[in-house]
Design a protein around this ligand. Sequence first.
Ligand SMILES: NC(=O)c1ccc[n+]([C@@H]2O[C@H](COP(=O)([O-])OP(=O)(O)OC[C@H]3O[C@@H](n4cnc5c(N)ncnc54)[C@H](O)[C@@H]3O)[C@@H](O)[C@H]2O)c1
Ligand SMILES: [Zn+2]
Length: 393
Amino acid sequence: MLISSLHQQFQVSFSYPVHFTEGLFEADNLLLRQTLAPEPGGPPRRLFFALDSEVAAAHPHLTQQIADYCAAHADALQLSGPVLLVPGGEQCKNQPALVQQVLAATNDYHLDRHAYLAAIGGGAVLDMVGYAASVAHRGIRHVRIPTTVLSQNDSGIGVKNSVNAFGKKNYLGNFAPPFAVLNDYNFLLTLEDRDWRSGMAEAVKVSLLKDTAFFRFMQDNAAALAARAMPPMQHLVYRCAELHLQHIAGGDAFEQGSSRPLDFGHWSAHKLEQLSHYHLRHGEAVAIGIALDSVYAHMLGLLPAADLAAIIGLLQALGFDLYAPEMAAHLTEPSHPDSLLHGLQEFREHLGGQLTIMLLTGIGQGLEVHTIDEALMADAVQRLQQYSLVPAA
Ligand SMILES: NC(=O)c1ccc[n+]([C@@H]2O[C@H](COP(=O)([O-])OP(=O)(O)OC[C@H]3O[C@@H](n4cnc5c(N)ncnc54)[C@H](O)[C@@H]3O)[C@@H](O)[C@H]2O)c1
Ligand SMILES: [Zn+2]
């Protein structure tokens, strides 16, 4: 028998800027200073940096530049401790000791909720440091400074933080919007070719769901993008980030429903990353995932042949491989943990609720489905292998 009830309801509004710049730590670039914006006459903002080790290696003067920048702006910014190097790449999300190391730094350097924990690095380092920032004191202000295409146009601008656990991607994590995101295009200059390329998969993904003109832009500029031309890449990063931000603001920012449109191509991508022991980059796996679900949609009769050809052609022109040998293992045994198709079940479990997979009916047009014909998907994998043997003209 119910005796009594109380009802609680409130809303919390979030907002954060995503700024684009070049030369963030040059003394005359006021962006960082202005973003942290101390009140006039107030004490300087306390700031601590965690830095991706590969970024540090590619930018050997960066640590000194950060120190010089803070010294030049000592009235506004105060370093709370020495820059903490974090091993770059997916390995940092697989090692609980590294989360502990960042947390220990927050404790050692007395970072409170009004201090700023800035992370500079690829999506993996940002996910891991963001996770630590969000749990220390239940949330230290977190500034993201993404340094890869993928983190500048997708992973670093959103609201999610995570690390891997139990052999599963992003098993531990939370939704915690950053204080600010500062995208410095100059970092992209030192990326390896595969990291320059990999983030473009997310741009193709979001264009296929939301913006046909953006898809055409990438088609028109595919050769230049593959050859590392900066002007089209800057547009790609900006537009992709803009579309992601609009999507997050427009609906289910903290993913409480079953629908996850921006995870188009991702059920297989997450599984492939794991099956490849993370030798495949996230974006490389997403490119394969987009291609696979497009082939499947075509075989189902949803996606016209010309659209499928355009999608495969663009991904190939950008330089993506559209097949990985791990896809063949246990292909027709969806219950085998090493089968690609096991990824469908893992995807549903990660989201909770009903299996919901985004497919395409055309370029710029998505359609959610709740069942996947596993035999047909296995055929699609084999069809994709054929495509990968025939490079785009
Ligand atoms: N939080 C989210 O919403 C979200 C969304 C998508 C992806 N992700 C995650 O993002 C991660 C992938 O991020 P990524 O593609 O940036 O890969 P990454 O972080 O693994 O970086 C790739 C490599 O480039 C190095 N690197 C980074 N910046 C560099 C630079 N400027 N110059 C030279 N080397 C540099 C890194 O150390 C690493 O070795 C995955 O863990 C994925 O799960 C998160
Ligand atoms: Zn992704």
